[in-house]
Structure formats: structure tokens, C-alpha cells
Design a protein around this ligand. Sequence first.
Ligand code: CAA
Length: 386
Amino acid sequence: MDFKLTEEQQMIRDMARSFAEKDVAPYAAEWDEKAEFPTAAVKKMGELGLMGVAVPEAWGGSGMDQISYVIAMEEISAACASTGVIMSVNNSLACDPLLRFGTDAQKARWLKPMASGKILGSFALSEPASGSDAGAAEMTAQLSEDGRYYLVNGTKNFITNGPSADMTIIFAHTDRAKGHKSLIALIADIPTPGLTVGPKENKMGIKAAWCSQLIFEDCKIPVENQLGGMGEGFKVAMSTLDGGRIGIAAQALGIARAAFEAAGRYSLERQAFGKPIAHLQAIQFKLADMATRIDAARLLTLRAASLKDKGNVRYTKAAAMAKLYASETAMWVATQAVQVFGGYGYLHDYPVQRHFRDAKITEIYEGTSEIQRLVIAAATLKELAG
Ligand code: CAA
């Protein structure tokens, strides 16, 4: 087992870090405060190849591996978790399913501009009445009599990038009686007649990443926009989320690292009882546990990414473990970081409250921690049963 990054992976880490330090971190607090979409940073990420890291160059991407993707995600998210999730949704939830299930025509139309950052993607699975129980979606897609389009009706909820995206991938039932087997995936342009983008949600954290409902009312989507085959929608969604969860693990890792570094630096400056608080064991134990958990989360995330890179192995369990552990680490580390800062940690003048608010969502989206545990338990029990 070799833990060393390749030269190419080190290069993307250094590039992402220097971009994040110069063009993202200095503005993150203001973007958060104003819930301002980081337009210039997202454009620059496209130019730097960060919007389609693991997409082949022929389809507009950087042609790198999943390890490179998570390394870059950690760097961007350490600077700004909002910018991180915008990047993650585009890479994992929009580019990746197009790459795996798209026809060449679909790839030329959506993947190429998306992976090169010319357009922004989104992924629309959750609905007002179905989040964790994804198969219970109510959206319908009825094939027209002439077989040329689907008539789509229903509402998608909490769609990250919804108000900023140029396209979305939706999941709808062609015959609800068949359960998840009737789900199909469809690509919808934004804007498109019959699709209304709802108002921006007012969120606790990741405020600069916009999120909204997408409301489809008699929206005609051409049959050539179907991604994957009939009845394959649930598989498209679930396998896409396997990859997405690795991206969110990396985002959580970035948040945790930022909170840890802020707390560590503060502990070296802040004096109490005649010495820097870093000299107190109470603080040292916190920093030691933070550093250990962050390292463990990073190793799980890199393992999941390396399994995805293999291309021929199922990495559902590894991705769920990485997402579960990294998100709970981010929340725990951010909570400890606020504690290290004491009263100052509670003020908006310091960054740890932002990391604390940003961390929470990583335990919720792309499958809650409870769902990750279900996925891990199901895979583990299957292995035990032999
Ligand atoms: N890959 C491929 N196929 C999969 C799969 C995977 N990871 N997981 C399940 N499947 C297949 C199964 O093999 C099964 O196929 P067959 O019927 O052919 O046997 C089928 O899908 C149904 O599987 P389950 O019986 O396990 O399905 P379920 O209804 O019990 O649901 C679940 C399983 C894990 C709870 C799933 O519904 C789930 O992951 N829920 C969470 C949804 C989620 O993560 N939502 C996030 C929204 S997106 C988002 O958050 C984006 C954002 O804002 C950033």
C-alpha cells in the first residue's frame, strides 16, 4: 500500500490550494454573509479544469482520476464549503452520470460544456414528500402519443445549484405501480417551458451555494433526453450518489481541516493561566483527537475514491463509510473548534461559526448519516451471509 500521491495528484493539489487561498478563501465570509453566488470563482474553476476533474479530455474534462478530484475538493472546501458543493454537484452528480450513461449526442450537448465549466449542472432526486425514501418520488413522466416527448409533472426539492444551473437530471415514474423499476432519468435544460425555478432557500450554512425547488408542470422533455434505459432511473440515481458521497466526504474533510487549523492557530495565540492555551492538556487532547479523526476521514475518502478509480468494483459501502465518517468528523471538529475559541467562536467575526454551520449539511445531503448506516449495514450483512 502506497500512500504517496503521484506527481500529477500533487500538482492538482497545489494548483487547487493556491487558487483556493487566493481567489476563494478571502471572499468566503462575505459570500456567506450575503448569500452571494461565487460567480467569478466558479468561472475560474472551469478554466482550471476543476469542474470536470475526472472527465476525459475528449469530453471537456481534465482526464484525471477520482483521487485527484477528492484532493481538489478538499482544498476548495477548506476555503469555502459553498464553492466546494457547487463543484461537487457539477463533477459527481451531473458530469459523472452523463459520462457513464449518456449517449455521444448527450455527452456532446451537456457533458462537454459542463466539464469545461461553460455550463453548470444539477441533480434533482428529492421531492417535498420524499428525501431518504428516494424510490417514493411522485414525479411522473408520461410518454406522448407520438412517442416524441415525455410530459413531466412534479416538484423536486432542495436542488443544489437549482437557481444557477443550466441543466438538471430528474427522476420520474412512467408507471408508479411498478415502484422504483418505473423510474427513468431525464435531462432537462434550464430554462425550459413548463419548468419553474423556485425561490432560493434561506439556509443555515453553505449560503453561497444556491438551492431551490424545481417545479415541472406539463413540461415536455424530448425522448432523446432520457439518460439510461427504461426502468434504470433508480440505478442511475443510486450509482451516481455512490460517487457523490465521495465528493461530499471530501467537502466535509475540507470543512473539518479548516476548523481544525483555525482552532490550532488560535490556541497558539490565545493566553490563559499565563500561557498559550495550546499548552493546556484540555486543548491538546482536543487538537489530537481532531487531527486523528481528520486523518482517518481522509484515508476512508481516498480509499473510496481509489475503488471508484478501479472502474470494475462496487464501492457503495466504502463511499457510504467515507461520507458517514467524514461528515460526522466535520461536525465534531467544528463543534470542538468553536469550543476552543470560546466566546469568540460564537461571533461572526471568526470563521469557526461558518464551518460549524457548513458542517451540518454534510450529515444530511446525498443521504443522511442514518441512510449511510443502512447502506453500510446492508452491505456488511450481505458479506457476512456469504
Ligand atoms: N448502485 C446500483 N444499484 C443500486 C444501488 C447502488 N448504490 N443501491 C441500490 N441499488 C439497486 C438495488 O440493487 C435494487 O435493484 P433490484 O431491484 O434490481 O434488486 C434497487 O436499486 C433497489 O434497492 P433497495 O431495495 O436497496 O432500495 P430502497 O428503496 O430500499 O432504498 C436507500 C435504498 C439506500 C434507502 C436509497 O433510497 C437511498 O440512498 N436514499 C437516500 C437518497 C439520497 O441520498 N438522496 C440525496 C439527494 S441528492 C442531494 O442531496 C444532492 C445535493 O443537494 C447536494
